[in-house]
Design a protein around this ligand. Structure first.
Ligand code: GTP
Ligand code: MG
Length: 314
């Protein structure tokens, strides 16, 4: 990971800190109120768990964090900073197993990645952001404009494809998305591409016909490569908070999500939901988005995330 930014500056860590600042201010403020000159007793623990639940960390995670804190310090005096540091350590430990950068399988020509998610979550921009580092390493990366509903969506991916330096396979607006995905895979195979990233139309997770179309894309890809798609990434907007749970469940059941990309952490007051998702679904978090430019997608750093969520320096 490059671009280390120790201060609160313009680099990606600075943006993560400012973004999570809205989540961490509530948590840090609540913890200060709870633990100033106070023992870690049952009442304080219960209030702490409520605070964590309000911070979108979820009931199970809140209980687990409360328990581990109690095991270490029950009935002792604890300073708010100690509580935050202890929680940050526990949260980092929960996140560690899911923080797994996206890895390209070099045996696959191409490694096929289907990118899905609800409307506006950040799919199209994430496709290009994911592509760029592989392209920079000299890999052959092909993008497929599988959102055939809107002309604007096709043009948007073409613009982002130029930024990433990757060819974009597109069809006419209104064309069959599965047919486009098939053609894109055929072309990527013929070109011996390393990676094919398929953008898809934004789906509301309760719209059955759109989900069926996503399943059709999967079926059609298998005609050319029975092992494809090799990954199905769900792009989640961190600002939706608890709603992310439903999105993960629905897409997981429909298309077998293999990993998550979490966007808009630079502007979310609900960053705690990432911890709840890790605890509940244990799906890899391949990358997080902290801004709108092509370099604003980064591998997920659990320690930096946990400390920033607790309002601590990295
Ligand atoms: N601040 C911020 N904005 C982001 C991030 N990721 C995406 N966006 C913005 O979110 C908006 C939607 O992004 P798209 O990539 O078009 O989302 P999409 O899921 O393809 O949207 P649909 O195709 O309409 O479903 C754009 O304005 C992006 O620039 C992020 O990490 N941070
Ligand atoms: Mg899109």
């Amino acid at each position: 990971m490059s671009g280390a930014d120790g201060g609160g500056g313009a680099g990606w860590l600075g943006r993560l800190r400012r973004g999570l600042g809205r989540s961490s201010a509530k948590l840090a403020g609540g913890i200060a109120d709870l633990f100033t000159k106070r023992k870690l007793d049952a009442q304080a623990l219960e209030a702490l768990e409520d605070l964590l639940i309000a911070g979108d960390l979820g009931v199970a995670t809140a209980a687990r964090l409360g328990r581990s804190l109690a095991e270490a310090r029950f009935d002792q005096d604890v300073a708010p900073e100690e509580v935050r540091a202890a929680l940050a350590g526990e949260i980092a430990a929960i996140l560690e197993p899911v923080a797994r950068p996206f890895v390209l399988d070099p045996r696959l020509k191409p490694h096929v990645v289907l990118v899905c998610g609800v409307n506006g979550s950040g799919k199209t921009t994430t496709v290009a952001k994911l592509a760029k580092p592989f392209r920079d390493q000299g890999r052959r990366v092909v993008l497929a404009a599988g959102d055939t509903f809107r002309a604007a969506a096709i043009e948007q991916l073409q613009i982002w494809g130029e930024r990433a330096g990757c060819p974009v396979i597109a069809a006419q607006p209104g064309a069959d998305a599965a047919g486009l995905a098939y053609d894109a895979l055929a072309k990527a195979k013929a070109d011996a591409a390393d990676l094919l990233l398929i953008d898809t139309a934004g789906r509301l997770h309760n719209k059955a016909h759109l989900m069926a179309e996503l399943q059709k894309i999967v079926r059609v890809l298998k005609k050319l490569d029975p092992t494809a798609p090799h990954d199905c990434l769900l792009v989640l907007d961190a600002t939706v908070g608890q709603n992310a749970h439903n999105q993960v469940e629905t897409f997981r059941d429909m298309v077998g999500v293999t990993g998550l990309v979490i966007t808009k952490l630079d502007g979310s007051a609900k960053g705690g939901v990432v911890v709840a998702l890790a605890e509940r679904f244990a799906l890899p978090v391949h990358a997080v988005g902290v801004g709108e430019s092509i370099d604003d997608l980064r591998p997920f750093d659990p320690r930096a995330f946990a400390r920033n969520l607790m309002g601590l320096e990295d």
